[in-house]
Design a protein around this ligand. Structure first.
Ligand SMILES: Cc1cc2nc3c(=O)[nH]c(=O)nc-3n(C[C@H](O)[C@H](O)[C@H](O)COP(=O)(O)O)c2cc1C
Length: 201
C-alpha cells in the first residue's frame, strides 16, 4: 500500500470509529494531550482565515457539576426541542433524564473543552464546529472519547458564566465537547445512507 493510501485508510478509520462517548474512567487527560487536541482543532478550515475560535478548558469537577445542575434547571424550564441525536433514537425521556439529580449532562467526564467564538462573524460558528470535529477526530485517534454537549450551550452563554470562564461578552460558547478515557467501547451508531438531493451531470 502506498503512503498515500495508508494515510487515507487511517483517516477514514478514525472518522468511522468516532462515537459519542457517555461513560468515562475517572482519570483526566494530561495537559499535553489536551494541548495536542487544541493544536489539531485549529488546523480546521476557517473562513477568510479569521481563526475566530477560543477555547475554555474546565477540569474542575465541582464547577462542572454546578454548570450541569444549572443547565438542567434551565432546560427543564425552557421550551427546548426534544430530539437531540441518539437521545431521541434511544427514546430517552429528556424531562425525566433532566429531573434526575444523579444525571450529569457531562456524563461525569472530568474535562470539558468549550469551543467559543471570540466575536461575531458570518462563519464564526461554522469555524468553531469544524474545529470541534477536528478535535473529536484527533481525540479518537489518541484513544480518547468525546461527546458534544448541546445541553451545555445555554448555561455557558449566561452572562455571569461567560464572565467566570473568560468568554468575551461579544463572543459565545458554540461547541462544548467533553473529553476523557472511555470506560468501555461505545456502541456503534449507524447512519442512514446519504440523501442525495441532486446530482446533475
Ligand atoms: C450539536 C450537537 C449537540 C449534541 N448534544 C448532545 C447532548 O447534549 N448530550 C448527548 O448525550 N449527546 C449530544 N450529542 C451527541 C449526539 O447525540 C450523537 O453525536 C449522535 O447520537 C450520533 O452518535 P455518534 O456521535 O456516536 O455517531 C450532540 C451532538 C451534536 C452534533
Amino acid at each position: 500500500m502506498s503512503d498515500h493510501l495508508l494515510s487515507e485508510f487511517d483517516a477514514l478509520r478514525v472518522i468511522y470509529h468516532r462515537r459519542a462517548v457517555r461513560a468515562y474512567a475517572p482519570e483526566q487527560p494530561a495537559e499535553a494531550e489536551i494541548r495536542e487536541l487544541l493544536g489539531a482543532a485549529v488546523q480546521a478550515p476557517t473562513a477568510m482565515h479569521l481563526e475566530p475560535w477560543g477555547f475554555v478548558v474546565v477540569q474542575d469537577r465541582a464547577l462542572l457539576k454546578r454548570l450541569s445542575d444549572r443547565a438542567k434547571a434551565m432546560l427543564l424550564k425552557s421550551d427546548f426541542a426534544v430530539g437531540w441525536g441518539s437521545a431521541a433514537a434511544h427514546k430517552h425521556d429528556h424531562p425525566k433524564m433532566l429531573s434526575d439529580p444523579a444525571f450529569n449532562i457531562f456524563y461525569d467526564a472530568g474535562t470539558l473543552i468549550a469551543i467559543c467564538r471570540r466575536g461575531a462573524g458570518a462563519f464564526a460558528d461554522a469555524d468553531c464546529w469544524l474545529a470541534a470535529e477536528n478535535l473529536m477526530l484527533a481525540a479518537t485517534a489518541k484513544g480518547l472519547g468525546t461527546c458534544c454537549i448541546g445541553f451545555a450551550v445555554g448555561v455557558l452563554n449566561e452572562p455571569d458564566v461567560k464572565r467566570e470562564l473568560g468568554i468575551p461578552a461579544e463572543g459565545a460558547a458554540v461547541a462544548p465537547i467533553i473529553v476523557g478515557s472511555p470506560r468501555a467501547e461505545a456502541a456503534p451508531v449507524g447512519r442512514k445512507a446519504p440523501v442525495i438531493l441532486g446530482w446533475r451531470k
